[in-house]
Design a protein. Structure first.
Length: 363
């Protein structure tokens, strides 16, 4: 009996020790909750705020998903908000992010000229700021990651000029407040201006589509076709959403495929139109490359490391370190080699509307 009681006391003692140890662990976890989160390697976890101009656009959905995947792979946490194309809403959202103890702010700007106040606030809080694809003007930002946007415009114009060296051109611009849209236009004019001055190209209209809106582009081109009695040879569109709107207007006049039209971003609908022959080209900016690069730079900045840039750009306040990436011109001839080979869209999706016997051989 004494032996049984002794064993019982021993068991009770063990349970008491386990209980006390558990209480001690809970106390430690609670204390740790007041400190910065650490990664498995013992480093403090970097917290990134990603402010996206408009997640209703396919392009930015790709950027967001790839950015988050890479940042989390590098041990960072990412919070995301979409401004739905509203510059004021973006300012408010960024102020909210800055209240959440972030280390780095990555911005895809709704208005390149409206963000100086929140960038200044970020500077005061020692939060690093990266401009993703769209430059932020007149603000002390730490890095700019984008493609050669002037080169994008040059690719668009060169393709169109190669196809129609003389004729009537309509210039369709993007969002006027987006600095990048003006870079596209500068690149386009690098190619077009000599031919305009020589009289080979006649510019029959020049309008900008607010927010790169396809609906706005549709309305602009409808009016242009009416004004020109459908006599337009080329539409210089800045991206695929505006190209899509313009093509709707052309389809209504049975002109789709007859008028050369540029684009950019390689949206699925756009590459399907290229396969069908209604859109002439797009400029593919390898989204995986830019989103991955931005994530890597954000994490480096968050850790206090130096960013290696291959160029710089004056944003009105400083020469910003510019990580410049290379875009690719895409048309019907290299859809397979670029878009599908890169895994950006699948073969079946790209050629969805093409009869199987008319499709190129599947890779």
């Amino acid at each position: 009996m004494r032996l049984f009681k002794g064993k019982l006391m021993l068991i009770v003692g063990v349970f008491i020790l386990i209980f006390l140890a558990a209480c001690g662990q809970d106390a430690t976890s609670s204390d740790a909750g007041d400190e910065s989160v650490e990664t498995a390697s013992g480093e403090e976890q970097i917290k990134i705020g990603l402010s996206v101009v408009d997640l209703t656009l396919e392009r930015w959905q790709h950027d967001r998903d790839i950015f988050i995947e890479k940042a989390e792979e590098l041990g960072a946490e990412v919070i995301v908000q979409s401004a739905d194309g509203d510059a004021d809403k973006q300012l408010s959202q960024i102020q909210n992010m800055l209240s959440q103890d972030i280390d780095v702010l990555v911005i895809i700007a709704a208005n390149s000229d409206a963000l100086a106040p929140v960038v200044e606030q970020a500077n005061e809080q020692n939060v690093k700021v990266v401009a993703h694809d769209r430059l932020i003007n007149n603000a002390d930002i730490d890095a700019y990651v984008s493609f050669d946007n002037e080169g994008v415009g040059e690719m668009q114009a060169q393709y169109l000029v190669d196809g129609v060296p003389t004729g009537k051109y309509f210039l369709l611009g993007g969002e006027p407040s987006d600095h990048t849209a003006h870079m596209f236009r500068q690149g386009q004019m690098n190619i077009l201006e000599p031919l305009i001055e020589a009289g080979d190209i006649e510019v029959v209209g020049d309008q900008w589509a607010d927010g790169y809106s396809g609906d706005k582009a549709l309305s602009i081109i409808e009016n242009a076709l009416t004004a020109q009695n459908n006599d337009i040879d080329v539409i210089v569109a800045p991206n695929d959403s505006t190209a899509g709107g313009a093509i709707q207007a052309l389809e209504a006049q049975n002109l789709a495929g007859e008028v050369l039209i540029s684009g950019q971003d390689a949206d699925l609908a756009a590459v399907q139109r290229i396969a069908e022959g209604t859109q002439s080209m797009t400029v593919y900016k390898p989204i995986k490359e830019i989103a991955t690069t931005s994530a890597e730079i954000a994490v480096k900045l968050g850790k206090g490391e130096t960013v290696e840039a291959n160029d710089s750009i004056d944003n009105g306040v400083k020469d910003v370190p510019f990580v410049k990436l290379t875009p690719i011109s895409v048309d019907k001839d290299n859809l397979l080699d670029v878009i599908i080979a890169d895994g950006f869209h699948s073969y079946d999706d790209v050629y969805k509307n093409i009869p199987e016997d008319e499709r190129p051989s599947k890779p």
